[in-house]
Design a protein around this ligand. Structure first.
Ligand code: KG4
Ligand code: ZN
Length: 352
C-alpha cells in the first residue's frame, strides 16, 4: 500500500499557509503556498497574531486548491499529515487543528512530522531515491544545523548555531542595508552585483573539533562596517552613518562581502563533516537559505569535485511548503506509524 500512498500535507508553522498532495512519497501532484509577506512587510518581521489569523482565513481554500490541482477527492486520500513542530504556536495550531478535523471526519490516519526534518526531505521530491547515510544541512530562518541522516526519520545532530540562524542573519543584514522584507532573497540578488572582497567580514570559527555555527558576530561586524562605531554613551549612543550614506554599488559590495562570509562558514563546516565521514556520498540540503545563489553554486562545485550526490531542492521546495511534509509523512505511513488526536503543536523541534 505504501508505494501508492496518496497523502495530504499541511504546513502553517510561520507565515506560509501551504497544502500539498504527494503520491508515493515522491510525486508532487500539487504544492499550494499562500504567503503572508505583504501582511508582515510593514512590521519588518512576522507578527504572530496576524500570522495565525491569516492561516485561519486561508487554510480551507488552500486545501481545496491543493486537492483540485492534484485532481483527487478527500475520499481518495490515504492519510492527513501536518508539520506540528517547531514554529509559532498560534500558527501551528491552525494546521494541526485542520489536520485533526479532516482525519477525524474522513476516518483517515493522522501523521504529525517535524518541520526541520521535513526540510531535508525536499531534495527527494520529484527525484530519484538517495543512498543513506547522508549528511543533512538545514539552513533556514530558525535553524542552521548539520545532521548525520541514517534515514529520513533517523537523524543525529552534528552541529548547530549557538546564536542566530543564518536566515535570521540574512534578514538582519538586509535591515542594516535597508533592503526591505523579507531580506534574504533581496540581499542575495544585490550581492550578485557586488565585490565580495570589498570588506573583510569574519567567517565564524568555533574551534577545530566543533561543527557548530555562530552568526551574531558577522551581523555586528556588518553593522559596524556600514554604520561605523557608535558614538556617545548609554541612551545617547548613535551612529553617524547608515545605509543611506552609500550608493547602490557600495551597498552591493557590503552585501557580497556579507554573503561570502555567511556561506563560507557553512561550506567550512560541511567540508569538515564530510572529511570525518568518508562513507557518506549524499548531501541533503533544505530550508529557505538553500535557495541562495552562492550556496547552490558552492554546493554544486563541491558535488562535482568530490563525486557527491548533492540534493539541492527545486526552488518551490526550498521555502516552507507542504510537499516536504507529505513526503516525509509517507515514510511514517509505510511503517504504519500514526498519531492519535492528542497530537499537539510544539514551538521547538525534537531534533534541532
Ligand atoms: O525555511 P524558511 O522558509 O522558513 C523557516 O523555516 O525559517 O526560511 C526562511 C528564511 C528567511 O530568513 C529568508 O530570508 C531566507 O530563508 N532566504 C534566503 C534566500 N531565500 C530565502 N536567504 C538567503 N538567500 C536567499 N536567496
Ligand atoms: Zn522552514
Amino acid at each position: 500500500m505504501g508505494h501508492e500512498s496518496l497523502i495530504l500535507g499541511l504546513e502553517t508553522s510561520c507565515d506560509e499557509t501551504a497544502a500539498a498532495v504527494v503520491r508515493s512519497g515522491r510525486h508532487v501532484l500539487s504544492n499550494v503556498i499562500a504567503t503572508q509577506h505583504d501582511l508582515h512587510e510593514e512590521f519588518a518581521g512576522v507578527v504572530p497574531e496576524i500570522a495565525s489569523r491569516a492561516h485561519l482565513e486561508r487554510i480551507s481554500p488552500v486545501i481545496e486548491k491543493a486537492l483540485g490541482e492534484a485532481k483527487v477527492t478527500f475520499e481518495a486520500l490515504d492519510a492527513i499529515s501536518v508539520g506540528h513542530r517547531p514554529g509559532l504556536i498560534g500558527s501551528l495550531l491552525v494546521g494541526v487543528s485542520a489536520a485533526k478535523a479532516l482525519a477525524w471526519s474522513l476516518g483517515k490516519p493522522l501523521i504529525g512530522v517535524d518541520h526541520v526534518q521535513s526540510h531535508l526531505y525536499a531534495g527527494l521530491l520529484d527525484s530519484k531515491p538517495v543512498t543513506f547515510p547522508a549528511l543533512g544541512l538545514v539552513v533556514s530562518g530558525g535553524h542552521t544545523s548539520l545532521f548525520l541522516v541514517n534515514d529520513p526519520l533517523d537523524l543525529h545532530s552534528l552541529g548547530k548555531t549557538i546564536d542566530d540562524a543564518i536566515g535570521e542573519a540574512y534578514d538582519k543584514a538586509a535591515t542594516i542595508l535597508k533592503l526591505g522584507y523579507p531580506g534574504g532573497p533581496k540581499l542575495d540578488a544585490l550581492a550578485q552585483q557586488g565585490n565580495d572582497r570589498a570588506h573583510t567580514l569574519p567567517i565564524s570559527m568555533l574551534g577545530k573539533d566543533r561543527l557548530d555555527f555562530s552568526y551574531s558576530g558577522l551581523k555586528t561586524a556588518l553593522l559596524y562596517s556600514v554604520c561605523g562605531q557608535p558614538v556617545g554613551r548609554g541612551t545617547d549612543a548613535h551612529f553617524l552613518r547608515d545605509a543611506s550614506s552609500y550608493n547602490d554599488q557600495e551597498k552591493a559590495d557590503f552585501a557580497a562581502s556579507f554573503q561570502r562570509a555567511a556561506i563560507g562558514a557553512i561550506m567550512k563546516n560541511l567540508i569538515k563533516a564530510l572529511d570525518r565521514h568518508d562513507e557518506i556520498t549524499t548531501v541533503l540540503v533544505g530550508g529557505g537559505v538553500s535557495a541562495n545563489s552562492l550556496l547552490r553554486e558552492k554546493l554544486t562545485e563541491l558535488g562535482v569535485q568530490r563525486g557527491l550526490d548533492v540534493r539541492l531542492p527545486e526552488m518551490d521546495y526550498c521555502l516552507d511548503n507542504a510537499a516536504m511534509i507529505a513526503g516525509l509523512a509517507s515514510i511514517r505511513f509505510e511503517r504504519g506509524e500514526f498519531d492519535d488526536f492528542s497530537l499537539s503543536a510544539a514551538p521547538r523541534s525534537a531534533i534541532a
